[in-house]
Design a protein around this ligand. Structure first.
Ligand code: OAD
Length: 226
């Protein structure tokens, strides 16, 4: 499981660290359906800026190490990320679910159709559906909304195969109940929950091992012999 911290060394801002996104702007102004309804252009400008900044970022050794774990374990591996960026995919991860959506996808408010649009900056804000001309929104999960149900299904389907030997929780504050729940449910009673994070989080007391440091430095050490 990964969160914003895994992308920090790629230059992507986290949310709750000092200088994080939620320290710069009130999430209620840019990450709720109500904020979007009140001022879609303002919300879109914020996402357009993040989409544009992300274009210049590249996967770091932490992303590549996660992709190497998948390669070694094949279908015995699953990645659940809270990140809306595409750095895991760009590092080669294939079996993954974005529980909070994807920043390079947009959704038509009229038809509900989701399409990828990687242009950044976008030529028009808010973007319009090419089919019906209705306004589109970023395909990300906002506060007060359901998490991505396809990602939930993919996660539950993986868990239905049985508990796992090792659960890595990497670069997340684990602020949400479902993240804490999945991390604990996934671990086999004889398995290990390993946290990789420079700081302590909600999950630290439940971790068998807390590898305290940056994921871009620690994860490559773990995977170098895979
Ligand atoms: P947070 O910003 O809450 O937490 C980032 C975590 O990454 C912290 O625990 C840091 O200590 C850790 N960290 C920082 N640098 C790191 C590094 N180099 N290596 C490893 N860890 C590092 O981000 P998330 O927990 O991902 O949701 O936040 C979860 C969700 O809250 C986000 O997906 C977003 C936000 O609201 C939505 O927008 C729906």
């Amino acid at each position: 499981m990964t969160g914003a911290g895994v992308s920090a060394e790629s230059g992507v801002a986290t949310f709750r660290d000092s200088g994080g996104l939620w320290k710069q702007i009130d999430p209620m102004k840019v990450a709720t359906p109500e904020a979007f309804e009140a001022d879609p252009r303002f919300v879109w400008e914020w996402y357009d800026k993040r989409r544009t900044q992300l274009k210049d970022c590249s996967p770091n050794p932490g992303h590549y190490a996660v992709a190497a774990m998948e390669k070694a374990k094949d279908d015995g591996f699953f990645l659940l990320t809270q990140n809306v960026d595409d750095l895991h995919e760009r590092a080669g991860s294939l079996r993954l679910a974005h529980i909070h959506g994807k920043i390079y996808e947009v959704q038509c408010l009229q038809e509900g159709v989701i399409r990828e649009d990687r242009r950044a900056p976008l030529p028009e804000l808010p973007p319009r559906c090419p089919n019906c001309g209705a306004m589109e929104r970023p395909n990300v999960v906002w506060f007060g909304e359901q998490i991505d149900q396809n990602a939930v299904l993919a996660t539950e389907s993986f868990l239905s195969q049985g508990e796992v030997d090792v659960v890595f929780v990497i670069g997340t504050e684990a602020s949400f109940g479902y993240i804490i729940d999945w991390a604990q449910r996934a671990r086999h009673p004889k398995g290990a929950l390993i946290e990789v994070n420079p700081g302590r989080t909600t999950l630290t007391p439940y971790a068998d091992l807390h590898l305290q440091g940056k994921s871009g430095e620690i994860l490559p050490l773990l995977t170098q012999n895979l």
